[in-house]
Ligand binder design. Structure first.
Ligand code: GAP
Length: 457
């Protein structure tokens, strides 16, 4: 399948099945802003929950923070964002298009969509700096004193709360602070669906350490993060590691790895892991006049910790998960006709819905009652969908497209096997259908919950 065709199919499926919609769609949309529908909201939540669990709860050395989106403007002055968070912008004098100067090759001319702005013949202006911060005002007056910005990254809240978190958590170096939250950038050219948006979510860790630990920890984090991506179904083989060379890194960074995924539109950044030295804490210490140092009780030394920052985008991660999951395969329907099955092969761990529950026929009250009982049995433990309309094959196809790993069908054999008074379902069985293999097996209702819980853990 051509790669742009694959992307079109994924975008269409996202809308059709309710993963992702254009923001403000009924008013013509808002460029670079997206809404997550019922399935997308569950999927994103599962990705973020898995990150949070692996990065904080399952480790002794990382604690969480949930910082505000709005911060004192002084934060953005000290961090360098107010002056320097910009991209080079060029205008086309012919089509009036605006482009990021470093991304002209991948951009599309407004008048000749088959050409990029350097090939279409339009004259381009000299690059000029465009600051990506979204401005806003705090309080009733719109003046310089009231000005601040929507945060362009979550990281700064971690740096400015470093001392508070250190004191309450009583952690020793090396230790980290993790945060998930919204970030906003007024991107010149939002594109590739949710890949580059103006509003997005980040999952960031600032991992504080002694200066001599920084380089090795950067390598350690690379391993840890690759392992995490594998756990959610993105294989190492699809992630390219770019060891960003001198001159291309931020001036304060001694080492940066970009983890790039093979998206259908090209190999592009999923996450950055940067050894940022003591730059950020030093900037905030100098600007605020408040000490942000650390006292090492063993060596009796006082110093500003260094930091390694694994910074991932939740939306990009979700897009990679969607691309990795999408599959089409030839199969036959119930009548033996050939058809294409579209299936989202999400890892059961992060699949938005874990199981579909189906009475074989909706006009048989015994089947419906039993299916509802199974629904009640499972729903406190996992996201489920209940569907009684249409042929069972059609219902399976619907959950395949939604990426539901298991289907449970209550059929006549269920009723035959049931002994009167056996409400716990010790004797009665259901059909358990597996999304990927389409294999079906009979499982006792009593065994269903532990089987499914083990499969989605
Ligand atoms: N604190 C460091 C930082 O923000 P970054 O490389 O600018 O570094 C980190 O952003 C991650 O955030 C990226 O790897 C990407 O996954 C995500 N990200 C950045 N800009 C984005 C955008 N406009 N849309 C979606 N995700 C974005």
């Amino acid at each position: 399948m051509a790669e742009n065709q694959l992307m079109e199919k994924i975008v269409a499926l996202c809308k059709r099945r309710g993963f992702i919609f254009q923001s403000s769609e009924i008013y013509g949309g808002l460029n670079g802003v997206w809404d997550y529908g019922p399935l997308g909201a569950e999927l994103k939540r599962n990705i973020k929950d898995h990150w949070w669990k692996s990065m904080t709860r399952l480790r002794d050395d990382i604690v969480g923070l949930d910082g505000a989106i709005l911060m004192n403007r002084a934060v953005w002055q000290a961090s360098g964002h107010e002056k320097g968070f910009s991209d080079d912008l060029v205008d086309c004098k012919t089509c009036k298009g605006r482009y990021r100067a470093d991304q002209l090759a991948g951009a599309v001319c407004g008048l000749k969509p088959s050409k990029c702005p350097t090939e279409c013949g339009g004259e381009l202006t000299e690059p000029r700096q465009f600051n990506l911060l979204f401005q806003t005002f705090i309080g009733p007056f719109q003046n310089e004193e009231a000005k601040t910005y929507l945060r362009p990254e979550t990281a700064q809240a971690i740096f400015v709360q470093f001392k508070n978190v250190l004191e309450v958590s009583r952690k020793k170096l090396p230790f980290g602070i993790a945060q998930i939250g919204k970030a906003f950038r007024n991107e010149i050219n939002p594109r590739n669906f949710i890949f580059r948006s103006r509003e997005f979510e980040q999952m960031e860790i600032e991992y504080f350490c002694k200066p001599e630990q920084g380089m090795a920890l950067c390598d350690q984090w690379l391993e840890d993060r690759l392992k995490w991506y594998e756990e959610i179904g993105i294989p190492r083989a699809k992630i390219h590691i770019l060891d960003v060379k001198d001159g291309d890194r931020a001036f304060y960074s001694k080492k940066t790895y970009d983890l790039e995924y093979e998206f259908p539109f090209g190999i592009q950044e999923l996450e950055g892991i940067a050894y940022r030295t003591d730059y950020d804490l030093t900037q905030h210490q100098n600007a605020s006049g408040k000490s942000l140092d650390y006292f090492d009780e063993e060596t009796k030394e006082r110093f500003i910790p260094h930091v390694v920052e694994p910074s991932a985008g939740a939306d990009r991660c979700l897009l990679a998960v969607l691309c990795e999951a999408y599959a089409e395969e030839k199969t036959t329907d119930e009548k033996g006709n050939e058809e294409i099955r579209v299936v989202m092969r999400f890892s059961p761990k992060i699949a938005p819905i874990k199981v579909g529950v189906f009475p074989l026929l909706k006009n048989k009250p015994e089947l419906v009652a039993k299916a509802k009982a199974v629904q009640e049995l499972l729903r406190p433990h996992m996201a489920i969908t209940y569907d009684e309309s249409g042929a069972i094959g059609r219902r399976y196809r619907r959950i395949d497209e939604a990426g539901v790993p298991f289907g449970v069908t209550i059929d006549f054999e269920t009723l035959e096997g049931a002994k009167e008074g056996d409400y716990a379902g010790q004797t009665d069985t259901v059909t358990l259908r597996h999304r990927d293999s389409m294999k079906q097996e009979r499982v006792k209702i009593a065994d269903l919950l532990p089987r499914l819980l083990a499969a989605i853990a």
